[in-house]
Design a protein around this ligand. Structure first.
Ligand code: FES
Length: 288
């Protein structure tokens, strides 16, 4: 079993992980700020992009120090990494606050290693300001950052914290029309689950308008037929039952995170009283 897999199963981490989650949720109460940190405006998770910059700067500095490169260049890279630390950390904690238990166990260790790495790099700059070399601290920061990045990769690619969980739907959903039952049976104001071929969908009738969307939240796969139907900005919206992501009913676009990818939508029509649907591969481009 790998180290990240062991961390996933380490219940002793639940106390610090839970305390960190509660603290973040207590601080990140402004929805607009939280949406921005998740990357709703970007259309995908913000943290990995920022981490590339911060980690890349830090590790490049450590490499320069290791091979005896220019101290000034190394210090500039460390300063760039430190400048990127605050937004990187903030976006990471925002994602962490909506993560599940096993992800949070790994995430809290990832965060602790990053904090130690930042302290090392900051210490290296202080040492240099006092006339020292700071190379040992730079090397220690590199080792800590490298291992932390390994855990970050595990969080993203093994534990799927951040990816679009509904990405497969436009590719595996039915491209030909599938019956969803009698159109008259779709209740007004209450999302219902149907099958379009083998693909679960949620059917919503709101104000007389019918919409068909994937029954899988892009954030962490919650069943969207359990979502709450409401209204925001004059549009009908669905609020995910697990972490509160909000999607427009008419096109599936994200109104609020933590989801950053839209809810896949389906075209629909009614033939002889039967509601039919087929998946939309790209918005505005009907499936063939
Ligand atoms: S599963 Fe997390 S917001 Fe939907």
């Amino acid at each position: 079993m790998s180290i990240p897999e062991k961390l996933e199963r380490t219940r002793a981490l639940d106390r610090p992980a839970g305390a960190a989650r509660d603290a973040v949720q207590g601080v990140l109460t402004h929805r607009g700020v939280k949406d921005a940190l998740h990357g709703v405006w970007l259309g995908h998770a913000l943290h990995p992009s920022l981490a590339q910059f911060t980690l890349g700067s830090f590790l490049s500095a450590s490499l320069l120090d290791l091979v005896g490169g220019q101290r000034r260049a190394s210090s500039t890279l460390i300063a760039a990494g430190l400048a990127g630390t605050l937004p990187t950390v903030a976006s990471g904690w925002a994602d962490y606050s909506d993560a599940h238990e096993e992800q949070q166990r790994v995430g809290v260790v990832h965060a602790a290693l990053n904090a130690a790495a930042v302290a090392c790099y900051g210490g290296a700059l202080v040492a240099r300001a006092r006339g020292g070399g700071g190379r040992a601290l730079s090397a220690a920061g590199g080792a800590l950052s490298g291992f932390s990045a390994y855990l970050g990769g595990h969080l993203a690619f093994r534990q799927a914290l951040g990816p679009n969980q509904a990405e497969a739907v436009p590719h595996t959903g039915p491209g030909d029309w599938q019956p969803l039952g009698a159109a008259a049976d779709v209740p007004d104001g209450r999302p219902v689950r149907r099958l379009a071929g083998d693909t679960p969908v949620v059917v919503v009738r709101s104000g007389g308008e019918v919409s068909v969307l994937a029954d899988r939240c892009p954030h962490a796969s919650a069943p969207m037929h359990d979502a709450e139907l409401g209204e925001e900005g004059g549009c009908a919206v669905l609020t995910c039952p697990w972490h509160g992501s909000v999607f427009r009913v008419d096109d599936g676009s994200v109104v609020h995170g933590p989801a950053t990818a839209p809810l896949p939508r389906f075209e629909h029509r009614t033939v002889d009283g039967v509601l039919q649907a087929r998946v939309v591969t790209f918005p505005g481009v009907p499936a063939s």
